[in-house]
Ligand binder design. Structure first.
Ligand code: T46
Length: 131
């Protein structure tokens, strides 16, 4: 499985808490793109695709959701519900996102610019690409 949970250092004091994300330090790639997802609904699912080369870190900075990760051989479920834990997802991993809390906020760091040609959105094609 090409994913891992990365605990982030939290700088906290009486004013609140802060987490810093830095390329090739606590983020294991050069960050080229940041995007975020918000206004989520529990009944809606997202993802259902893989990336040929993209690496990403997903952080639930508010609320929670479940990620299903699939490498073509097995499937695992991971809950994201902490703003100080990032989920690293490497290439060739099918991902599905579901069970969002209302208004969950995800921040995603990506190793490359957006490119729709880099997506594999059909599960059968994903399995064929692995061979
Ligand atoms: C991923 C999961 C975790 C852009 O124009 N630029 C972007 O950088 C992104 C990420 C998306 N878009 C467009 C493409 C679609 O028209 O935004 C629309 C929604 O994207 P999508 O349906 O791919 O969103 P999710 O939540 O299913 O998947 C996203 C990322 O696309 C994907 O890389 O791993 O979040």
């Amino acid at each position: 499985m090409n994913y891992k949970l990365i605990p982030m250092q939290v700088f906290g004091d009486k004013r609140g808490k802060l987490v810093s994300l830095e390329s090739r330090r606590n983020v294991p790639f050069q960050i080229k793109r940041v995007y975020y997802i918000f206004d989520t609904l529990p009944e809606e699912e997202r993802g259902k695709h893989a990336h040929k080369n993209l690496e990403q870190i997903v952080i639930a900075i508010d609320g929670s959701c479940q990620l299903v990760l699939d490498d073509g051989a097995s499937r695992e479920e991971v809950w994201l519900n902490r703003p100080d834990v990032g989920l690293y997802i490497g290439k060739n991993m099918w991902r599905e996102m579901r069970h969002f809390s209302y208004g969950c906020k995800l921040v995603i760091l990506a190793s490359d610019y957006y490119d729709e040609k880099e997506y594999i959105r059909d599960y059968g094609e994903f399995l064929r690409c692995l061979k």
